[in-house]
Design a protein around this ligand. Structure first.
Ligand SMILES: *[C@@H]1O[C@H](CO)[C@@H](O)[C@H](O)[C@H]1NC(C)=O
Ligand SMILES: *[C@@H]1O[C@H](CO)[C@@H](O)[C@H](O)[C@H]1NC(C)=O
Length: 362
């Protein structure tokens, strides 16, 4: 009897140990964020640039109403991803580089994103950290981590982490003349998208080489329906060419992800189709608690379509929770929250081939 009880206890202990290990094994230790203003947490505050929004009313709904450099009234998509995974929101890379113990900070995750950034280097050149440079910073970070904890541990850490990427929206806007760029004159949609995708291919490969295995990729939104695009159209309708680019970009990006997975079998990804997310939210606005899906919450002119909220002293709309757009280009905190909830729990055609929750568990 005593033996059998002892035996059972031993078994139970073993069982719990197993449970503990298996859950610890699937736990994501950190997120690393790359991309544009959809996910920038304040890197641009460290640059000398006009693409900097460290002023009222940006951040009005954050704790203390602080303008952190987020292009939103509150939290952005990256903040919501961190929240869903029970992790702290990673700090801007440029806020960490001067610190003595930066490697211990690096282990907690890093945000490399920069407002205005494109896949192509000539998008808002000199005004932001382009995607290519963000990837260089990611590689530097990986090397610093390896130096501190050893290359094998560093690989293990990065392979369990989730890399969040939201890039491409500015490449699409640039094609229609929003932002500054020197894209090839007269280039048509297909070769333009091809350029963006082949540039993305090498970046993914480089991150993979440094140990990145799990990716949440946030695709392009319906860029043609942003107030900044609609204001240029007769009757304020969506810019079909920009939307066409968004759809094409998302489609080719998914092909690239499939291709990458066929080459590297341990490459895992969840793709969030923000275009489809927008259509869903726009059509079923009430379900999601929205009633203003056209006019931005702050800014000026038709549809409040100015790129940024301005002038800086005018209060934004008071019902921010029910607005889809914050300014002429950016989502409200509410919109980002709905999108990332769908990315976490949802399924095709919004998020595939798995959702963020499943990506967390693999
Ligand atoms: C060093 O790291 C610790 C914890 O990771 C943090 O609390 C502290 O503020 C950091 N110190 C500096 C000087 O960055
Ligand atoms: C447009 O922006 C202004 C602030 O610039 C704000 O007061 C107003 O409420 C916004 N309009 C709508 C419909 O949200």
């Amino acid at each position: 009897m005593a033996f059998s009880l002892n035996h059972s206890l031993e078994f139970l202990r073993f069982f719990f140990l197993f449970l503990f290990c298996s859950s610890a094994h699937s736990h994501v230790p950190a997120i690393y964020v790359l991309g544009s203003s959809q996910v920038d947490a304040g890197n641009n505050n460290y640059l000398s640039t006009v693409i900097k929004i460290n002023f009222y009313p940006y951040g009005i709904d954050l704790a203390g109403g602080k303008s952190t450099g987020r292009f939103s009234n509150g939290k952005n998509a990256a903040d919501f991803v961190a929240e869903k995974l029970g992790l702290p929101s990673p700090k801007p890379y440029l806020s960490l580089t001067s610190k003595n113990n930066k490697t211990s900070e690096f282990l907690k995750g890093v945000n490399f994103a920069s407002g205005g950034a494109g896949v192509l280097d000539n998008i808002n050149q000199g005004l932001c950290i382009p995607f290519s440079k963000q990837v260089v910073y990611f590689a530097k970070t990986a090397k610093a981590i390896a130096k501190q904890i050893g290359i094998e541990q560093a690989y293990r850490h990065l392979s369990k982490s989730i890399i969040v990427i939201s890039i491409g929206n500015n490449d699409i806007l640039a094609y229609t003349g929003v932002g500054s760029s020197t894209i090839q004159h007269g280039i048509t949609l297909k070769p333009y998208v091809h350029q963006i995708i082949s540039s993305t291919r090498s970046k993914l490969k480089r991150m993979y080489k440094h140990g990145a295995r799990k990716f949440l990729i946030i695709g392009a939104g319906a860029q043609g329906c942003l107030p900044v695009e609609r204001v240029k159209q007769k009757g304020g309708v969506c810019n079909e060419e920009a939307n066409q680019l968004s759809k094409m970009f998302n489609q080719k990006l998914v092909s690239l992800l499939k291709e990458t997975q066929s080459k590297f079998s341990d490459f895992r990804y969840a793709f969030f189709n923000m275009y489809n997310g927008y259509v869903e939210l726009y059509r079923n606005r009430r379900t999601y608690g929205f009633d203003e899906v056209n006019v931005a919450c702050c800014g000026g002119g038709f549809l409040n379509s100015t790129v940024f909220c301005s002038p800086k002293t005018i209060p934004p709309c008071s019902n921010r929770r029910s607005h889809l757009f914050w300014d002429g280009i950016h989502n409200t905190e509410a919109t980002a929250g709905v999108y990332m909830s769908i990315a976490y729990h949802g399924s095709s055609p919004f998020v595939y081939p798995m959702n963020l929750k499943q990506l967390n568990d693999v």
